[in-house]
Design a protein around this ligand. Structure first.
Ligand SMILES: [Ca+2]
Ligand SMILES: [Ca+2]
Length: 373
């Protein structure tokens, strides 16, 4: 088995493995092998038997080469889960996972959920996974700009935002100019911004936050973005009751490893922020597999992840007449494989043969060597 990891300047990892299975002798030319390597489909953790290469070679002996190639972009990484039965707060669990493994577990698909449940004992306990909902990832609709909590102007009412019932991710301005987060489905008037006249307009029709955004964008420019005390002072005298402005956040938006959330598996009624905390963290119920949110300070067992490059395995059969036990022939084969892997986008693959039983190639059993096999 040959393995090499070539590190890209970023976190890319490209790994190539080669495993030779069969041997006897082979010729020094490998045109069809090259062709086959290029034809290899890219699959994760599968073993593929390819049809024998119909190599037009001069002599008969048959060899089979199994190529186990791994090539990975970050998005392709295979998550391996590790259960840790030491109760910790979510933040301490995250620290532990980052120290000992890679991060808290991310679950992005039903397949990953199934794999995660495969390493969990159904104890009825809850175990932290890497999902959390914090109250700092706000954005303005106008310009789709991120809200910088430490630098940007804000005018939160004391105690807000509080994400009540884990269900508040849109912002209203009160008539006194203070801001609060509310359930986006509540019907409220809206404060739109008209960019052509550079003024704010109160629309007194009651709408959900999304309806308000659509209306403001179609009739004016967007929901109001409030960037300064002066702007806030201009707007709130327009109001007689709470009205939507353009500040919002995506709930449970990303995992601890920064992956945007695509998959969810909440239990009925969850998440509910029942702890009433500013931040909620997600745990998987070890018996049902459903997710619950809990106060992040609660101490639970947890699940970490490591990342592996996806693996593909292929089998090639080549007829040839050269003696594969000859180092020069093996070297020539490697060179050709290296060129083909390079053509498949594997940068700087470094390959070498690894011997078992003192040999690199091993005869295939039950197959008669000969032309056309
Ligand atoms: Ca609130
Ligand atoms: Ca809960």
């Amino acid at each position: 088995m040959l393995r090499h990891v070539s590190r890209h300047p970023t976190s890319w990892q490209r790994v190539v493995g080669l495993q030779s299975l069969l041997s006897t002798t082979a010729a020094g030319r490998w045109p069809a092998l090259s062709h086959r390597v290029q034809d290899i489909p890219h699959q994760s953790h599968t073993k593929q038997q390819l049809e024998p290469c119909q190599v037009k070679m001069r002599v008969t002996p048959l060899l089979v080469l199994t190529l186990s190639g791994m090539s990975a972009l970050p998005a392709d990484l295979f998550r391996e889960y590790h259960y840790v039965d030491i109760p910790k707060t979510w933040a301490d669990a995250q620290r532990y996972c980052r120290d000992v493994y890679v991060d808290l577990a991310t679950v992005q698909s039903p397949a990953e959920h199934k794999r995660l449940m495969g390493i969990v004992q159904p104890s009825g306990k809850q175990a932290w996974i890497g999902l959390s909902d914090n109250l700092i990832s706000w954005k303005w609709t106008h310009g789709n700009v991120k809200f910088n909590n430490s630098a940007d102007y804000s005018n939160w009412k004391p105690g807000q935002p509080d994400n009540k019932d884990s269900n508040e991710s849109c912002v209203v301005m009160q008539h006194d100019g203070l801001w609060r987060d509310e359930n986006c489905l509540t019907d409220r008037p809206s404060v739109c911004f008209d960019g052509t006249k550079s003024k704010h307009i109160l629309v007194d029709t009651f709408m959900t936050w999304n309806e308000s955004k659509t209306m403001c964008r179609s009739v004016y420019t967007d929901l109001a973005r409030v960037r300064s005390f002066d702007e806030n002072e201009k707007i709130h005298p327009l109001l007689s009751r709470n009205a939507w402005i353009g500040l919002y956040r995506r709930k449970w938006a990303q995992w601890s490893d920064q992956t945007p959330r695509r998959f969810r598996n909440w239990d009925v009624g969850q998440p509910d922020n029942s702890g009433g905390t500013m931040r909620s963290c997600a745990a998987v119920h070890t018996s049902t597999g459903k997710w619950w949110d809990s106060a992040c300070e609660e101490k639970l067992e947890f699940i970490c992840q490591t990342l592996l490059p996806p693996r593909s395995r292929f089998q090639l059969r080549v007829q040839s007449e050269a003696d594969l036990s000859q180092p020069a022939v093996q070297q020539q084969l490697l060179e050709q494989l290296r060129a083909e892997l390079g053509a498949r986008g594997l940068t700087d693959p470094r390959l070498r043969w690894v011997q078992t039983d003192g040999r690199t190639f091993h005869p295939e059993t039950g197959r008669k060597a000969g032309p056309g096999n």
